[in-house]
Design a protein around this ligand. Sequence first.
Ligand SMILES: Cc1ncc(COP(=O)(O)O)c(C=O)c1O
Length: 305
Amino acid sequence: MHASAHSYTRLLLSHQNQLMQCATEVYTSSVNAFRRVGHLSSEVLAMPYIPLMMLRQQKGLLLTAALSLAAKLRGIPAYIVIPKNAPKCKVDNVIRYGGQVIWSEVTMKSREDTASKVLQETGAALIHPYNDKRIISGQGTISVELLEQAPQIDTIIAPISGGGLISGVALAAKSLNPKIRVLAAEPRGANDAAQSKAAGRIITLPETNTIADGLRASLGELTWPVVRDLVDDIIVVDDADIMEAMRLCYEILKVAVEPSGAIGLAAVRSESFRNNPAWRDCNHIGIILSGGNVDLGVLWDSYRK
Ligand SMILES: Cc1ncc(COP(=O)(O)O)c(C=O)c1O
C-alpha cells in the first residue's frame, strides 16, 4: 500500500503571484487514511474478538471510516461514537465502510459517557482519535512518505485539532530532519491550540465556531507536549480564507478537500505567515491536505451567504 493508494501530487504554484510571496512549491499529500490506522493492525486488529470503538470528538471521519474498514476486513465490529451534529457525509462514510454509529450528544461529557457505556457493554478496545500513541505514530507515516518523495521540503504545515496528526507529523519529520519546520494551521473560531501555546498549558474553549468542523477538538495530554515542544508555530486563519483555499484546491489542484483539510493552504497564503520574518526562508513547503469529506449542500449554502 504505497504510492498507488497514497495519491501524491506535486504542483508548482509559485507562478501564482497571488498565492505566495516567497517562491514556494506546494506539495499536496492526500492522506491515505487506511494506512494511518493500518498501524493498528499488529496490536489491535490481531485480536479478532475484540471489537474496536472510536470516540469521535468532532474528528474527521478519515480515521473513523478507515477504522471501520480495517475492522470490517478483519471481520470484527467497529463502534464509532459520533455526536449528533456531525456532518451527514461523514456519518454516511462510516456506515458505508461497515462501522456501527453510536450517537452521542454534542458535549464532550456525553461523548465520553457514551463511549464508556459502549466499552462496558461490548468489551471493545478504545481507540482515541488523537490521544493515542498508535494513532500518532500512524500519522507519522505522512511525513515519512512526504519526505521520501520530496526530501527538499524545509517546512511542513498540517491542520491541528486534537493534535494527533501534527504530533505524528512533527515527531517523524523532525527525527528524519531535525532542521525541518513544522507549523500547524488552526481556525480562528477554534484556536485553543494557539492559545495553549501562548499560555504554556492546555486551554479548552467553552465553544467553537468554524466551518472547519473537523478542527474543533482540544489538545490531549499526549499531544500537548509534542505540540508545545516540536510544533514551531500555529498559524490562525479565518473561515473565509479557508473557503478560498478550498476553492483553489478544487479549481487548481483538482483535489476534493474539506475545509479542515484545506486550512494548511489557507495558512500559507495568510498575511501572518507571509509577513512573518521567521518564515521568510521557507522555500519548499509541504502542505498536508488531510480530508475530503465535503457535505456539498452545506458547502453551497456557505458560498451563497
Ligand atoms: C480533515 C481533518 N484534518 C485534520 C484533523 C486534525 O486531526 P487532529 O485531531 O489529530 O489534530 C482533523 C481532525 O479531526 C480532520 O478532521
